[in-house]
Structures are given as C-alpha cells and as structure tokens.
Ligand binder design. Structure first.
Ligand SMILES: Nc1ncnc2c1ncn2[C@@H]1O[C@H](COP(=O)(O)OP(=O)(O)OP(=O)(O)O)[C@@H](O)[C@H]1O
Ligand SMILES: [Mg+2]
Length: 346
C-alpha cells in the first residue's frame, strides 16, 4: 500500500485503528515528523481533497514489533530479571509489565511474570483468580513462606504465551513471614533462581511501596524500570527509590542496572504533563539512565485490564504501542549483549 493508491477512507481506517481522533493524529505526526499539521489538514486527506504525503503514511503505519534479530533463537539462559517499581500507586506498573511481557513473548522469548503485589493486580489482569490460587496453594506466598518449589506454582496465561507466578492477598503477610527468615529479603531471589534457566526474561510487578517485597525484588533484579505518571506526586518518590537501588547495589546485588524511566498516563495536550516529562528527562539524565517515549493516556490500554488480556494483544496498533515496543527492544538488546558476553567467557 503506497500513498499513490491509499485512499482517504483507508487513511481514516488506519487512524481509527490506532485510536486517534483527527486532532490527536495531527499532534502525533507533528511530534514524530516535526511538522505543523492541524485537524483540517487531516480532514482534507481523509475526504480526498489533498494528496497524503508518503512520509505521513509511513509514520502512521503500524510499527514493527520488537525484533529478535541478532539474538539466538534457542535459549541460552539464565533469564534477565526486570523489576518494575515505583512506590507511588496507580502509575501504570502492572499494565506496563503485562504489555512488555507480551511483546517479549511475541518476539519469541520465554517470559515469566511474577506477581509480587498482594493486590494481585497482574494475576487478575492476566485472567487468574487469586482466591483460587490461594486455595490451591499455588501462590507466591506458598513459594516464599512454605518453600514450595517455584515451578509448582507457575501457570500458563494468554493461551500459553506467558507464564505467571500468581499471588493473592495472603502475600500481605510478607513483612512478618520474611522477617522470621534469615536474610528474608533474599528468599525471592533464591526461589526465582530455581527457574531462571527456563526463561529469557522474568518480569516482577511490585507493590506501591518500598517494603520488604520491593526490596526482595530489587535484590533479585538485573534491571529496574520505573514507570512514572507525568504528574508531580508520581515523580517525587523516584529519588528515594533510586537511593534504595544504590544501597541494594552496594550491599547485596551489584548487578542491578537502571533500564530507565517510563513516563505513563501522558496527556500530550496538558502543559503540566509536558513540563513533567521535562522534569523526568532531567532526573533520568542526572541518574545516567534513559527516558523512554511516554505512554499516552488512552482508553484502549485500560480496556485490556477489563478484558483480562494485555492491551497490545487485543490491538497491536493502539496509541502507546511505540513506547512499550521501545522498552521491549531495549531489553532484547541487553539480553543479546549479555549472551554475547557469556559466550565469549565460555
Ligand atoms: N496508558 C494508560 N492509559 C489509560 N489508562 C491506563 C494507562 N496505564 C494504566 N492505566 C490505568 O490506570 C490504572 C492504574 O494502572 P496500573 O494498575 O497499571 O498501575 P499500578 O502502578 O500498577 O498501580 P498500583 O500501584 O496500585 O499497583 C488502571 O486502571 C489502568 O487500567
Ligand atoms: Mg500494580
């Protein structure tokens, strides 16, 4: 399909498929291409009054899925563990884990998602009933508190594309139960090590606090991703989280790296959201880490939660896909680099 043959109707279909109204599409194109289109121009393209530039057609086409090019198809373990954390609630941690996990699986990688939040949000998001897991004894708390083999608690989700280590509200006893264990915040790492060779990636969804579960996750992490809503309160907790990362690196886990900060729930038209992205950019630069493309605030992303599936599985072309694809690609590249190092050392 080239611009020569693309009709206005086809163009409108592409726009609607990506969840943009005409104004949003103009803003998307201006941001991406450095142009000054407005909704009238989009309207003229759609009603055939004006030719659609090839550049615009290309920009609107679905982006390529993250590529596994250069990464061995066969598994050469151990898994890279990504922890997704921010002590502020409701900033898109869970939704990010679901969608990044899905993209990594789609790129052919074996992915385990670990629900380390007693709210059990990612378990519910991926269609698993936390109460049933609790009754069946197949939740993360059984693994952590009763030394149940990790493998026995893992379930397949998304038609087997992803594996999940679910949890239920009984994980809320982690503070007391893990405090009784010698080096209790290392139990999660030990239990994940049981299955690390079976996956390419382990993604851990954290609760909105810096308690024992988050510290346990950081102790097990290779990489940390910090989603942050583009509003003030969400930003304010990041320095404290980063302080903890420095301590974890010094005391327990020297391998932990900062993958980056992911702005979420971004409303491009709100001046304060734009200002907050700038603040996040400065914070990322000061901590020598990457600021990913912001994930826009779009209903389609929230719809995935209701549907019990990652939003990008329901519709790979929704607004926000680019941001998650960027994160997935960064992880695939890191995995590739690490596997090269492992091979060199072998
Ligand atoms: N990009 C987005 N656009 C629209 N809604 C979103 C987006 N990302 C997340 N949401 C919605 O925002 C809410 C919070 O998202 P999510 O549960 O992922 O945050 P969280 O940081 O994991 O929350 P908690 O701290 O409670 O674990 C959910 O209702 C989710 O559907
Ligand atoms: Mg959550």
């Amino acid at each position: 399909m080239s611009s020569d043959v693309m009709t206005g109707e086809e163009f409108r279909g592409l726009r609607e498929n990506r969840g943009f109204n005409q104004q949003e599409l103009a803003e998307f194109l201006n941001e991406k291409l450095g142009r000054r289109y407005d909704r009238n121009r989009i309207s003229r393209w759609e009603n055939g009054a004006e030719r659609i530039p090839q550049l615009v057609v290309t920009a609107l086409r679905p982006t390529a899925a993250p590529s596994s090019v250069g990464i061995p198809a066969v598994h050469v373990g151990p898994a890279m563990t990504l922890v997704v954390s921010n002590q502020k609630g409701g900033v898109g941690k869970t939704v990010s884990v679901a969608n990044i996990g899905f993209l990594l699986a789609k790129a052919g990688r074996r992915v385990l998602i670990v629900d380390a939040d007693p709210q059990a949000s990612i378990s519910i998001h991926l269609g698993v009933d936390p109460h049933e897991c609790e009754l069946a004894g197949t939740s993360l708390s059984q693994v952590l508190f009763n030394d149940r083999p990790t493998r026995e608690a893992i379930v397949g989700v998304c038609d087997g594309q992803l594996d999940l280590l679910p949890c239920s509200i009984d994980l809320a006893d982690a503070d007391t139960n893990l405090a009784r264990e010698p080096n209790g915040t290392l139990v999660l790492r030990e239990k994940l090590d049981e299955v690390r060779d079976e996956y390419d990636f382990i993604l851990v969804d954290c609760p909105p606090n810096l308690g024992v579960l988050t510290v346990s996750a950081l102790n097990a992490a290779d990489q940390l991703l910090i989603p942050s809503q583009t509003e003030m309160l969400s930003l304010m907790g990041i320095p404290k989280l980063l302080e903890n990362v420095v301590k974890v690196r010094r005391r327990v886990n020297p391998r932990i790296g900062l993958l980056g900060i992911l702005p979420t729930l971004f409303k491009a038209r709100r001046v304060q959201d734009q200002a907050m992205v700038e603040e996040l950019r400065k914070l990322a630069a000061a901590n020598k880490t990457r600021l990913f493309t912001p994930v826009k605030d779009v209903a389609d992303i929230a719809k995935g939660v209701t549907a019990g599936r990652p939003a990008l599985e329901l519709n790979p072309n929704i607004v926000g896909a680019e941001a998650y694809e960027e994160v997935a690609q960064a992880l695939l590249e890191l995995l590739c680099a690490r596997k090269e190092t492992l091979r060199g050392a072998a």
